[in-house]
Design a protein. Structure first.
Length: 389
C-alpha cells in the first residue's frame, strides 16, 4: 500500500510525501489519520537540511520539569528515568491509568533534548518518561561500562520499573535517532512479548553496520558526531580509563574508529562485524510484532535515504513508513519564527489513532475498515493508492 501526496511549498520545487505500508485494516485506519498531517507539513521556508539540523540545538525546548528516578541495574551500573511533570496550571490532571510514552534519546543526548516531545505528549494525555542510558543526563558511571548500541537489557529493567510505578497504564515507545535503534532492537528481540504496545522511530538509521561502517552517513556529520562522542568519553574518562585506551579513542575521526577503540574493546568483540551482528537494530526485524511507525526525511544527512528498507514496509500489515522530502535529522521544523517540530505531533497522532483503533476493535461493530478509512480520507493534495507486490 502506497499513499503519496505531492504538494507545492512556496517557491520551492514540489516535493513528494509518502506513506508506505502493507495492506491491512489497521494500516488503512492509521493512514487515514496521518494523511492530513502529512499533506499540511510545510518545512520552514528559510531552512535547508543543514540549517534544520543546526536548529535542533538552537530552538528552545519547552519548559518542562522532570522528576528523576535513579535506576540501579543488575550488574551494579545505573541509569535513570526522568518523568515529565504536568504544569501547575494544567486544568486536567493525568489519571493513574494514563498511557505512558517511554522515550529514548539520541546518541549522546538525554532528557534535556526531549522536553518539547514531552510537552506534546502531555498535551495528548500521555505521561512521558525519558530513559537516560548509563552516563547520560548528568549521571556518573557506577561501573566502567557503557551501554552497547543495541543491547536491550537496561531498557528491559527500565520498562519493568515503569510498569511497577503505574501498573494500570499502557506503555508505548518513541525513539530518536540512535534511540530509535535501541527501540527497534527491543521490539525485535521481544516480539509478541513486548511490554511496549507500539513504537515510533524518528529518523532511524535501520542497518547501523552499513550506516557507520560502509560510508552511508554523510562524512562531515560522521566527523562532527565523532567529536560529540569524544566529548562524552572525556566526561567519563576516570571511570573508563582501565577498559578503554583513551588517547587512541580521542584520535578517532569517524564513528567506526571510535567504536573500534571504545565499544568493541569494552565489550570483548574481536571486530566490528561481530559487534554489529549483535547490536544492529535490524537483526531481529522479522520478529517484530507490535505496530510500528518510522518517520524519515529524504534529505537527512545522517540517516541517509539510501538506508531506508522500503521492502520491509510494503507487505507488513502492522508497520508503516512515513517519508517527507525535507526535515533533516530529528528536526522537521515548520513555522516562520516560532518553530515547532512536526514529527513530535505526528508521533503522538499515530499513537492516538492506534489507541482509537484498538478501542473501536474492542467494541462491535468496528468504527472503520481499511477501505472506508481510505475512501473517507480527504486532502487538498493529489493522493494515489496502489498495492505493492
Amino acid at each position: 500500500m502506497l499513499l503519496a501526496a505531492k504538494t507545492a511549498v512556496g517557491p520551492r520545487v514540489a516535493m513528494t510525501k509518502r506513506i508506505v505500508a502493507g495492506s491491512s485494516e489497521l494500516n488503512g485506519f492509521l493512514a487515514s489519520g496521518l494523511q492530513p498531517m502529512l499533506d499540511r507539513y510545510t518545512p520552514t521556508w528559510w531552512t535547508n537540511s543543514h540549517v534544520q539540523c543546526v536548529l535542533t540545538f538552537v530552538v528552545p525546548q519547552s519548559r518542562i520539569q522532570y522528576k528523576r528516578d535513579v535506576l540501579p541495574l543488575r550488574d551494579g551500573g545505573q541509569a535513570s528515568l526522568d518523568w515529565a511533570l504536568e504544569s501547575s496550571n494544567s486544568t486536567q490532571k493525568l489519571r493513574d491509568d494514563a498511557p505512558i510514552a517511554v522515550i529514548m534519546h539520541g546518541l549522546v543526548g538525554c532528557s534535556d533534548s526531549m522536553r518539547s516531545l514531552c510537552a506534546e505528549a502531555l498535551e495528548h494525555g500521555y505521561r512521558p518518561v525519558v530513559f537516560n542510558k548509563r552516563g547520560h543526563g548528568g549521571m556518573k558511571l557506577a561501573t566502567p561500562k557503557l551501554q552497547e548500541f543495541g543491547c536491550v537489557q537496561d531498557l528491559i529493567q527500565a520498562i519493568a520499573h515503569v510498569e511497577k510505578a503505574y501498573p494500570l497504564s499502557q506503555l508505548y515507545g518513541i525513539g530518536f535517532s540512535a534511540g530509535s535503534g535501541l527501540l527497534c532492537s527491543y521490539l525485535g528481540e521481544t516480539g509478541d512479548q513486548s511490554r511496549l504496545l507500539a513504537g515510533v522511530l524518528i529518523s532511524p538509521g535501520y542497518n547501523a553496520f552499513d550506516l557507520f561502517c560502509h560510508g552511508m552517513i554523510n562524512p562531515v556529520y560522521d566527523f562532527l558526531m565523532t567529536l560529540t562522542l569524544k566529548k562524552f568519553l572525556l566526561r567519563h574518562q576516570k571511570e573508563l580509563k582501565e577498559v578503554v585506551d583513551i588517547p587512541k579513542a580521542l584520535r578517532a575521526t569517524s564513528i567506526r574508529e571510535f567504536d573500534e577503540h571504545v565499544y568493541m574493546k569494552m565489550h570483548g568483540y574481536t571486530d566490528l562485524e561481530s559487534y554489529w551482528k549483535v547490536n544492529n537494530p535490524m537483526r531481529a526485524i522479522e520478529n517484530l510484532k507490535m505496530p510500528l511507525l518510522c518517520i524519515n526525511a529524504l534529505d537527512d544527512p545522517v540517516c541517509t535515504k539510501e538506508t531506508i528498507p522500503y521492502d520491509k514496509f510494503e507487505d507488513n500489515p502492522t508497520a508503516m513508513l512515513l517519508t517527507t522530502g525535507e526535515g533533516s535529522h530529528c528536526a522537521f521544523f515548520e513555522g516562520h519564527l516560532m518553530l515547532k517540530s512536526w514529527s513530535n505531533e505526528a508521533a503522538m497522532t499515530y499513537l492516538d489513532r492506534l489507541r482509537e483503533y484498538r478501542s473501536a476493535s474492542a467494541s462491535s461493530p468496528p468504527v472503520s475498515t481499511a477501505s472506508t478509512a481510505l475512501k473517507t480520507s480527504s486532502s487538498s493534495s493529489s493522493v494515489c493508492l496502489q498495492q505493492q507486490k
